[in-house]
Design a protein around this ligand. Structure first.
Ligand SMILES: Nc1ncnc2c1ncn2[C@@H]1O[C@H](COP(=O)(O)OP(=O)(O)OP(=O)(O)O)[C@@H](O)[C@H]1O
Length: 422
């Protein structure tokens, strides 16, 4: 797709320039925004860290391109870089940092090893110091120019008589120690430029170039593993590329485990914070639903019962009848029994307050009211009324002044007699 809408172009002396490069004014989907080339008849220029560089060569085979400092006076026989602190930011791992606004990219790692060459101007001559290589063609009898090669931390500890002039990135060839390079080597390296890699993202096979994904047959996989051609990382990469071609195309392979980790983290956080409240809510909803069912069944029964059975009282009536539960007669399996007086007529009653807890469910209450309420027998205590408000329930019996029969049956003396009336 990319190939059709963004055809290769020429820029300066470069031919067949493709992704990730783009020209000013190219459609948005062409190339990568930071790889904009400014083209003249003879030069292609790119800006890295706000500093211009000539792109002298692009090597698509190893995803790198060669750059030369555009502000370096190449025609001079004794070039010294301009004051350019910030144009080169070297990463300690050996990479080349590129910052664009708030973004900091590590991808531009030069394929060959590089070092910084710092040019300084000293008011006094520096003797017997191998770090300071003289730049004779720029020095006079009162001003001495040197180039220092290597770790930038050494350079920050400059001699007091020296001031900073400019920086250059130089390529360290082979085994040569940077501390023994002289100005001639530095000049040659500055003129040749240094190579910069495309970021990993853009070097991937699926970006814009219509290359087929690697075929992955089981046999090939096994033989690859046997011959140690495929490492575990390689196998993971192949699998991920096949499973998520879009994602692996969009992000670099290195970003995939991070992507998976992010999803795992999000799921874990959701489970940790969402699941417990959800479980509690479900439980409460279930409890409420069960209670509602019981209450509804009782209410339905009571509407029918009202015509035939005992009288229904409100909870306020019950508190009035028992005078706020003042006189407790006893305690049974289903709750406490209080003495009360029904007006009008001053009829003495026993009010059994059913405990709201589990052992009294709606069914028991219904059967008590419907069965006992209908029985009118001399040997069965008469149910005169009841109360049911939500989960507060009470049964109102006629008052038995002699108390419960078990008081006599299980009394320690076992010597009692019932009169005819009793
Ligand atoms: N109608 C009543 N008149 C006078 N006192 C009563 C009456 N009903 C109950 N009581 C008193 O309250 C106590 C508890 O009675 P309750 O019927 O609740 O207990 P229970 O006999 O163990 O039966 P249950 O197992 O059905 O609760 C009795 O022992 C008795 O002293």
């Amino acid at each position: 797709r990319h190939h059709h809408t963004c055809p290769p172009f020429s820029c300066g002396h470069l031919q067949d320039v493709r992704y990730p490069f783009r020209r000013r004014g190219d459609p948005g989907e062409c190339g990568v925004i930071y790889y904009k080339l400014a083209c003249t008849d003879s030069r292609a220029t790119i800006t890295i860290n706000s500093w211009p560089y000539f792109v002298t060569e692009i090597n698509y085979a190893n995803s790198s391109f060669l750059v030369v400092d555009a502000r370096l006076d190449l025609s001079s026989s004794c070039p010294v870089p301009q004051r350019n602190q910030g144009a080169y930011q070297l990463y300690y791992g050996g990479g080349f940092l590129r910052s664009e606004g708030s973004e900091l990219m590590l991808e531009l790692a030069p394929p060959s090893s590089i070092a910084l060459a710092t040019f300084v101007n000293c008011s006094r001559e520096v003797r017997n110091n191998t770090l300071y290589s003289p730049v004779a063609c720029h020095s006079t009898s009162s001003s001495f120019v040197y180039v220092l090669i290597g770790d930038p931390t050494d350079i920050f500890a400059l001699k007091p008589s020296c001031g900073y002039l400019g920086l250059a990135v130089i390529v360290l060839e082979g085994e040569r120690s940077p501390y023994y390079a002289n100005y001639r080597d530095v000049m040659e390296s500055m003129r040749n430029g240094f190579a910069v890699s495309f970021p990993q993202d853009f070097a991937c096979t699926t970006c814009g170039f219509e290359q087929p994904l690697p075929l992955l047959s089981i046999g090939e996989l096994i033989s690859g593993m046997k011959s140690r051609r495929y490492t575990w990382e390689k196998i993971l990469e192949l699998l991920l590329t096949r499973l998520f071609p879009r994602i692996t195309g969009k992000y670099a392979y290195a970003a995939i485990p991070m992507w998976i980790a992010q999803w795992i983290a999000i799921t874990a956080v959701l489970c940790r914070f969402m699941l417990p409240p959800l479980v509690v809510l479900t439980f409460l909803a279930y409890k409420y639903w069960r209670t509602r069912i019981t209450i509804d069944a009782v209410e339905k029964f009571l509407r029918m019962q009202q015509m035939v059975g005992p009288i229904r009282y409100s909870y306020t009536d019950i508190t009035a009848v028992t005078r706020h539960f003042r006189d407790k007669l006893g305690q049974g399996g289903y709750g406490s029994v209080y003495k009360g007086v029904l007006l009008p007529g001053d009829i003495h009653v026993a009010v059994k307050m059913l405990a709201g807890s589990s052992n009294c469910n709606g069914e028991d209450f219904i059967s008590e009211v419907s069965t006992i309420g209908r029985i009118h027998h001399v040997n069965v205590v008469h149910l005169m009324g009841f109360c049911s408000e939500e989960m507060r329930r009470a049964l109102i019996y006629e008052y038995m002044p002699n108390g419960s029969l078990d008081k006599y049956i299980f009394s320690s003396e076992r010597s009692f007699s019932l009169g005819q009336a009793q």
